[in-house]
Design a protein around this ligand. Structure first.
Ligand code: SAM
Length: 253
């Protein structure tokens, strides 16, 4: 499992600009939050890539993940920050956390929920977690287009600190009616001459746009704020067919 090797995970995703991402989260808070934000919570935080910048910007960072290696890696990496970060080992499906939060986010479609009950249970947990007015930012979690459309084009090679990663990602439809997909991610690592291979298979239920609106619409504890294409608030999603990287915002009421 790649997540057991956070250094390789970090290398595989080193093409990202986590500073820009963290800045975007702060812009989002400025633009939409009606409450003062002090505590920020990341679902599926992994190596907590934004913890440094958010903490240096004055926020208290909290992350939840079920992988101990990822959490240990994050704790070690950010051990010298002026403010301690808070890491919680739990399953996102159903959790309780002792400190209420003002803003929460999940990146890279990291909602690992396999059926409607798990989806509902997750949003119940988020509802307990967030203060009234708190926003939940979801990156790439709503399935607008056909997930199979990019199969064959998801190969890349990346190098960081002498670790070379060859990665290929493909998606299979398992159950059309339930919108269940299997994501198969093959990673070859050359770690300074030492070779390793990871084949990760993850099952996920896609959340379609209408389903998401219905799910949030029928809850009394959240309201839908909006969704935008490619992290661009000037580009609200209107045409579902052309969406590649959606973000969605909901708010605890
Ligand atoms: C793609 S990584 C995202 C890491 C980080 N948020 C980022 O932006 O790079 C997904 C993370 O979700 C975690 N994860 C997977 N299933 C989970 C679950 N059911 N509950 C909590 N965390 C989970 C994995 O351990 C992994 O660290």
């Amino acid at each position: 499992m790649l997540y057991d090797y956070p250094e390789y995970y970090e290398a595989a995703f080193s093409f990202r600009n986590t500073e820009t991402e963290a800045q975007f989260l702060q812009d989002c808070i400025k633009r939409f939050s009606k409450i003062d934000v002090q505590n920020i919570f990341e679902i599926g935080c992994g190596n907590a890539p934004h913890a440094g910048i958010l903490t240096e910007s004055g926020y208290k960072y909290h992350g939840l993940d079920l992988n101990r290696n990822m959490l240990d890696y994050a704790a070690y990496k950010w051990k010298d920050l002026p403010e301690k970060i808070h890491l919680h080992e739990a399953n996102m499906i159903d959790f309780n956390y002792p400190i209420q939060q003002d803003f929460a986010y999940v990146m890279l479609g990291s909602l690992y929920l396999n059926c409607l009950n798990e989806i509902k249970s997750h949003f119940d947990s988020m509802s307990r977690l967030l203060n009234k007015g708190g926003i939940y930012f979801l990156d790439w979690c709503i399935q607008f287009g056909d997930p199979l459309a990019h199969n064959g084009n998801n190969k890349f090679i990346i190098e960081k600190d002498d670790i070379r990663i060859k990665s290929e990602f493909n998606i299979k439809l398992l159950d059309q009616e339930q919108q269940m997909y299997e994501e198969v991610w093959m990673i070859n690592v050359n770690d300074r001459g030492r070779h390793r291979q990871f084949n990760m298979v993850e099952r996920n239920k896609a959340i379609l746009p209408e389903q998401f609106l219905h799910l949030i619409g029928e809850r009394k504890d959240f309201k839908f704020i909006g969704w935008w294409e490619d992290w661009d608030f000037n580009h609200p999603i209107e045409n579902y067919d052309s969406v590649t990287r959606p973000i969605a915002l909901i708010q605890k009421v």
